[in-house]
Design a protein around this ligand. Structure first.
Ligand code: 5AD
Ligand code: FES
Length: 351
């Protein structure tokens, strides 16, 4: 097993069979070695630093009905909200004052925000905070829209692929959502020039090791600037309410494998990981992650952006989260840095 881990660290790759063997057979002791090897790799590239991104969850309306997600359209229990342009800009202002130089605008697929509106919001943020990177995480739109957002000043886009296995995709999503379109969107984003992020949930219902191997292969080939992964966590008002949560152990294993396959990748220790285990994000960093994404949304709406049950940080002000995270990182010997934090392989212009 150690040979395999060393080979992964050296070649930044393994065959599908080797990946499957590793995932299914690694002992706790060897997992510890894998996590440490991945952390060493991240230290070599990014040092003892963790990047922060300010997350603004600006709408929980969504036209989709993903079976796992708490803000799916058919969840009539969800209390819906939208932030107006001014509220979004206020979040940025607060974030800027706290030192954040990256803003992530995330929301459900909410067509209330037309392409024009998104462009306006991005342009205003870009004009007011030209030294900040703007990331969009607003799901599937057409190529023209993606181009316009890019030209307006958005340099990064997060769109998790959710699963690289078409069969599995159809078990997580209703028929009106398409695996092909998801993958096409990702290709388009990359072609336009975004620093693109993909990702998936660990332990989502019906996921097999073969699905995970496909995810890893897809990620390796796609070469994203960022990869977001976190454990699947159930939400009581979804069709998957009775499904088991994903495991923290497997998430930490996959974070390390991804770090070793794509050494420069930006890899967040997600809120889902922090929800699954109280020191989950710290463990994520120690397994090779190098990004944390504290919430900048107004406290009044935080509980409503509920993708899964028991989400952390829903009662805290932005400043509290920043302070809390800095301390958590300090406790494991890491320093939070608020710079733009570009993937060193993908720095483009001054956008
Ligand atoms: N558990 C964990 N992650 C989830 N997401 C959506 N619902 C859940 C859930 N129940 C993830 C999806 C989505 C991202 C914004 O959040 O991967 O792309
Ligand atoms: Fe939000 Fe700790 S990061 S309370």
């Amino acid at each position: 097993m150690r040979n395999l881990i060393d080979k992964l660290a050296e070649k930044n790759n393994l065959s599908d069979e080797e990946l499957k063997y590793l995932i299914e057979n690694i002992s706790d002791e060897d997992l510890d070695y894998l996590n440490k090897t991945a952390r060493k790799k991240a230290d070599e590239i990014y040092g003892k630093k963790v990047f922060v991104r300010g997350l603004i969850e600006f709408t929980n309306y969504c036209k989709n009905n993903c079976y796992y997600c708490g803000i799916r359209a058919e969840n009539k229990n969800a209390e819906r909200y939208r932030l107006c342009e001014e509220e979004i800009l206020n979040c940025c202002k607060q974030g800027y004052e706290l030192g954040f130089r990256t803003f992530v605008l995330q929301g459900g697929e909410d067509m209330y925000y037309s392409d024009d509106m998104i462009c306006d919001i991005v342009k205003k943020i870009h004009k007011e905070y030209p030294d900040c990177a703007i990331t969009l995480s607003i799901g599937e739109r057409d190529e023209n829209a993606y181009k316009r957002f890019f030209d307006a000043g958005a340099a990064r886009f997060l769109l998790r692929h959710e699963t690289a296995d078409k069969e599995h995709y159809s078990k997580l999503h209703p028929d009106n959502m398409s695996f092909e379109n998801r993958m096409k969107c990702l290709e388009t984003l990359k072609k336009i020039g975004y620093q693109t992020g993909c990702g998936f949930m660990v332990g989502s219902p019906y996921q097999t090791t073969d699905c995970l191997v496909k995810d890893l292969r897809f990620i390796k080939n796609f070469e994203p600037a960022m990869v977001g992964i976190g454990p699947y966590l159930s939400h009581k008002h979804t069709p998957f309410c009775d499904k088991e949560n994903g495991s923290v152990r497997l998430t930490l294993m996959l974070l390390s494998i991804i770090r070793l396959m794509l050494p420069e990748v930006l890899l967040p220790a997600t809120t889902a990981l922090g929800t699954a285990k109280s020191d989950g994000r710290e463990k994520g960093i120690l397994a090779g992650a190098n990004v944390v994404m504290p919430n900048l949304s107004p406290v009044s709406v935080r509980k409503k952006y509920s993708l899964y049950d028991n989400k952390i940080c829903t009662g805290e002000e932005s400043a509290q989260c920043k302070f809390c995270l800095s301390n958590r990182m300090k406790s494991i010997g890491y320093e939070v840095v608020t710079s733009r934090g570009d993937n060193i392989k993908f720095v483009k212009g001054d956008k």
